[in-house]
Write a protein that binds this ligand. Sequence first.
Ligand SMILES: [Zn+2]
Length: 411
Amino acid sequence: MIKDEAKKGTQKVYFGLPEEVKFCKKCVMSNQKPNSVPEFKNTAGQKKLTIAFDEAGVCDACRYAEMKEMQIDWKKREEELVKLLDSHRRKDGYYDILVPGSGGKDSVQAAHLLKYKYGMNPLTITWPPHMYTDVGYRNFRRWIDIGGFDNITFNPNGKVHRLLTKLAVENLFHPFQPFIIGQKNLAPKIAMKFGIKLIFYGDCSAEYGNPIAENFKPNQGTEYYTLDKKDFSKIHLGGVSVDKLIKDYGLSLNDLEPYLPLDKKEIIEKGIDFRILGYYIKWSPQEAYRYAVRYTNFETNDVRTEGTFTRYNSLDDQIDGLNYWATHLKFGIGRATYEASHEIRYHLIAREEGVKLVHRFDGEFPKRYFKEILEYMDMKEEKFFELADKFRSPHLWEKINGKWNLKHKVS
Ligand SMILES: [Zn+2]
C-alpha cells in the first residue's frame, strides 16, 4: 500500500527517501525532506525527490538564505517587479492582479504591498481551511476588513472535501493534500473568469529547500500547478484516480471540478502568469509577521503552537498541527525542525538551540483539535493510530518496549 517502497541495503525504505539519514551542517533539516517540485532533476538527470545537500553537507535552503544576503541584487529585482506590474497595471479601476491566500501573514503582506506600495488593484481569493481556528478566522477578517481588499472565498462542497481528506489520510497520510490541490487550481480558474493575467503568491518555495535553481525563476515551480492534459486515470486525489473516484465512490465529474487542473495550453493561450513576490523582494517570515501586525493588526496564537516553539506560523486551520505530525511520522521531520531551521537561517537562534528545540517539541502530538478532526473525517481514534503506524518507514523508526523511537536524531 505504501508507494515507492523499496528494499535498499538491509532495511525497507518508504516513499523513495534516501536510505542514509543526514542532517544539514548549518540548520537542523534532514535529507529526508521531500521536494514540492515533482519534475526536478539533478545535474545527473536523475529525479531528485528530496532536498539537495552540497559537498560541504549544507542544504539548499541554507545556501539560498546565504544568496539572499550576499548575491542577489534586490534593487534590480525590485525594478524588474515594477516593470512587470506596469505592464499589467489598469487605469480603469478594474482588477489587474490576483492574490490567493487565507489571511496568513504571507498573503497579508503580499496583497498589502502590491496594493498600497505598488499601486495595483488586487482581487484576493481564498480557498478556506477545512476548519478555521478562531484566531485564523479573525486574521482572515482583518486582512479583508482592516487591510481593505475585495475577496472571493470559494467554499468547496463539504461532503466531497471531507471524503477526499479522509482518503488522503488513509492512502497517503497527507491530510492537506486535497486542500493544497484545490487551492492551487483555484487561482488560474478565477483569474480567467475575471480576465486577470497576473497571479501573485507571497513566499517562495526555495525558502523551504526546494531546488535552488528555482530561485532564479520568478515563477518558481508554479508551472507545475497545471497539467498538459486531463487524463483522468493519471490525476489522483487522495491517492485515488479520478476515474476510480467516479466509478467506485459515486462522485461526479462536477463534484471533482474544483480540484482538477486547467489545461496548460489554455493558461498559456490566455497569457496568465504566475509570480512569487519572494523572488522580487527580500522576504522573511519575521518581516511578513511584523508587517501583518502593523497593517492589519494580525494576531498570534494565544498559546505555543503544538509541535513547535512558535506562535505565528500557519495557524488558521485546525488540521495544521496534524499535517506536521504526519510529516514527522513519514519523514522524521516535524514542525519544530521546519521552524528551527528557518530561524537558524535568519540568525535568530543558534544551531545548538535549534537542536534542543527539535528534541523538545518535534513530533509532539497535536491534541488541541484532534477530536474535531476525527469527527470531520468520520474516523475512530484506534483506526487513526493503526493507520499512522503503517506510514512509519522502517529506516526511520523502531519500536522499543512498545514505544516508537526515531532511529536518527539531529545532534
Ligand atoms: Zn540547512
